[in-house]
Write a protein that binds this ligand. Structure first.
Ligand code: N01
Length: 545
């Protein structure tokens, strides 16, 4: 069969052509499977296709946040910076698509609206926004954890006369803020990356902050040839080490608690993390930061002291100091000159906790304190994380059951991979897996490898269906919740538990056991003949993948 033909029933539909979808396509093609990838964007890249806001950059080191499946790719690609910017990441992903001949299997500009399982044939029929129907034995949702932009329901949004730009849906054409007054709403990772860069261009920047965040200097720098060559000489060992660490990020693994050392030693450890510029470095200075409130307070106070040191105006510094939630329990940020940006004469901070946002007006943003005129409004307001992109598709499993109803009180699945009653539908880095609390590349490759092996196992044994058992699923959901309950994470109203979306159930969604332990569990499940899953076959099945 030619690559461009679309047979009546193909082996797999992969939804999304970001880092996860591309690797899934590569692995299934390697097995000779007939695969189609359906992608909403007009190019590959996923997150790095959509998030083009000024300053967008990965906050995990490029040489760790990259594919490891091909040593040729690893060796030939040269990263220019320690933390790659969005344009370079997109170039890399495009290179991967071209190098491995993946594009011809991808249909761009196409969103999946519906997916319906047929228990009689063990197939899924996927419907697109263009009305096309594709029937496949497996569906892999590679739709990303942070892909559904959240636009808050702000009164007056339609009254505002200037452009409103969401960081997660940034225009593809150049946005020039020179001489403009820009209002930025939101101070999470996106806002914190964008604000210093926008301030470098705009005539005036007003930052509307509801919750201050913990942010640490990235200490980004070019990667020299020598540094790159040294890493490449030991790339396999480096990757193997990352896979066994808690989150797959190159940073030290602490053996002591913050209260087991002297104040001087503690300060030195925090300072060393601050100087290193590694995501989560401060919280990872000691092994109890996320479980012991006293230890956490010490780390948080270290960061607040840094903010007060950097920011000249004491009132602005106080407003920028995060309080009310433990350090690390909302996603920490890495920045370049974020706090120092507030020393610039044309940048001001509006503390929405003191004067809440009332509405957008024709000319700008109104709070209970004043109206701020702006020529453009940037919404750095985040995403309907982890479940948003999955729930946006009308997914119907066995007997017509709707995933949205099954997940009404929060996501349920086994290992974050398959939901009972929705056989043969896999989620890459789905909720209840390490996902957003890990280096996504580590988790993506682990999931895709597991899914590919699973599909291969079914094919090798003449099986046509895999479904999670309700018992295994219930136990996994409980396990993920118990892990979270043993930490300080539930104390923060974070997007990790859906708190940023009105009406979303509060369930802590990422698995906290670490990528190493998680991989071991997934491998053990597979080695035990897919324990916790039911495998079956149609009487007249002729599996091919
Ligand atoms: O979104 P966020 P993000 N009125 O949800 C505020 C990843 N990422 O796009 O905290 C006023 O973190 C909201 O306030 P509050 C990373 O995992 C990675 O910045 O709800 N404010 C908050 O300040 C990250 O965590 C990179 O009180 C409103 C902000 O908007 C995740 O994406 C780079 C509001 C949203 O912050 C999401 O980050 C960028 C309202 N009505 C992002 N609604 C990398 O470098 C919301 N806010 C890899």
């Amino acid at each position: 069969m030619s690559d461009t033909e679309h047979p009546a029933v193909i082996d797999a539909v992969v939804v999304g052509a970001g880092l996860a979808g591309l690797y899934q396509l590569y692995r299934l093609r390697e097995r000779g499977a007939r695969v189609r990838v359906l992608e909403a964007g007009d190019d590959v890249g996923g997150t790095w296709y959509w998030n083009r806001y000024p300053g967008a950059r990965c906050d995990i080191e490029s040489m760790a946040y990259s594919y490891s499946f091909s040593s040729e790719l690893e060796q030939e690609w040269e990263w220019s910076e320690r933390y790659a910017g969005q344009p370079e990441l997109l170039r890399y992903i495009r290179h991967v698509a071209d190098r491995f001949g993946l594009r011809r299997h991808i249909t761009f500009g196409t969103s999946v609206t519906r997916a319906v399982y047929d228990s009689r044939t063990h197939t899924w029929t996927v419907t697109t926004d263009g009305g096309e129907e594709v029937t496949a034995r497996f569906v892999v949702m590679a739709t990303g954890c942070l892909s559904r932009a959240s636009v808050p329901d702000l009164p007056g949004l339609d009254d505002y006369r200037g452009p409103v730009l969401h960081t997660g849906r940034w225009p593809h054409e150049e946005v020039d803020f020179t001489g403009r007054r820009v209002a930025v709403i939101g101070t999470g990772s996106s806002g914190i990356q964008a604000i210093p860069v926008i301030a470098g261009q705009a005539a005036e920047v007003t930052v509307f902050q509801r919750t201050p965040n913990f942010s640490f200097p990235a200490r980004n720098r070019p990667i020299g040839r020598r540094e790159s060559a040294e890493r490449k000489a030991n790339y396999a060992e480096f990757r193997a080490w990352l896979r066994a660490t808690p989150v797959g990020i190159p940073r030290p693994l602490p053996e002591r608690g913050a209260l087991e050392v002297t104040a001087r030693e503690r300060e030195a450890a925090y300072q060393s993390a601050w100087d290193a510029g590694v995501l989560g470095g401060i919280q990872a200075s000691f092994n109890d930061t996320l479980t012991n409130r006293q230890a956490n307070d010490l780390a948080a106070e270290f960061v607040r002291a840094k903010i007060r040191q950097i920011v000249d105006d004491p009132e602005t510094a106080a407003a920028l100091c995060p309080t009310g939630f433990p350090l690390g329990t909302k996603r920490p940020c890495l920045d370049t000159d974020y706090y120092a940006t507030f020393n610039l004469p044309h940048v001001r901070l509006v503390d929405l906790r003191r004067s809440p946002l009332v509405s957008l007006t024709e000319r700008g943003v109104r709070t209970t304190g004043a109206e701020y005129e702006a020529d453009a409004v940037v919404l750095a307001t985040g995403f309907d994380a982890m479940t948003g992109a999955l729930r946006a598709v009308d997914i119907r499993g066995r007997d017509g059951a709707a995933l949205n109803e099954v997940w009404a009180a929060g996501p349920r699945n086994h290992l974050g991979l398959l939901t009972a009653g929705f056989p043969n539908l896999f989620t890459v880095t789905g909720p209840l897996s390490p996902s957003v609390l890990s280096n996504m590349l580590i988790s993506i490759e682990q999931h895709v490898d597991w899914i590919t092996d699973c599909i291969g196992h079914l094919g090798d044994h003449g099986l046509t269906e895999i479904d999670a058992t309700v018992e295994a699923q219930d136990a996994w959901v409980r396990h993920v919740a118990e892990l979270a309950a043993g930490t300080l994470y539930p104390e923060a109203a974070s997007w990790y538990q859906g708190a940023n979306i009105p009406g979303k159930p509060r369930v802590f969604m990422p698995y906290l056991g670490g990528v190493g332990a998680y991989r071991e569990e997934c491998d053990a499940v597979a080695a035990a003949g897919y324990r916790g899953f039911t495998l079956s076959r149609l009487p007249d099945a002729h599996p091919t993948a």
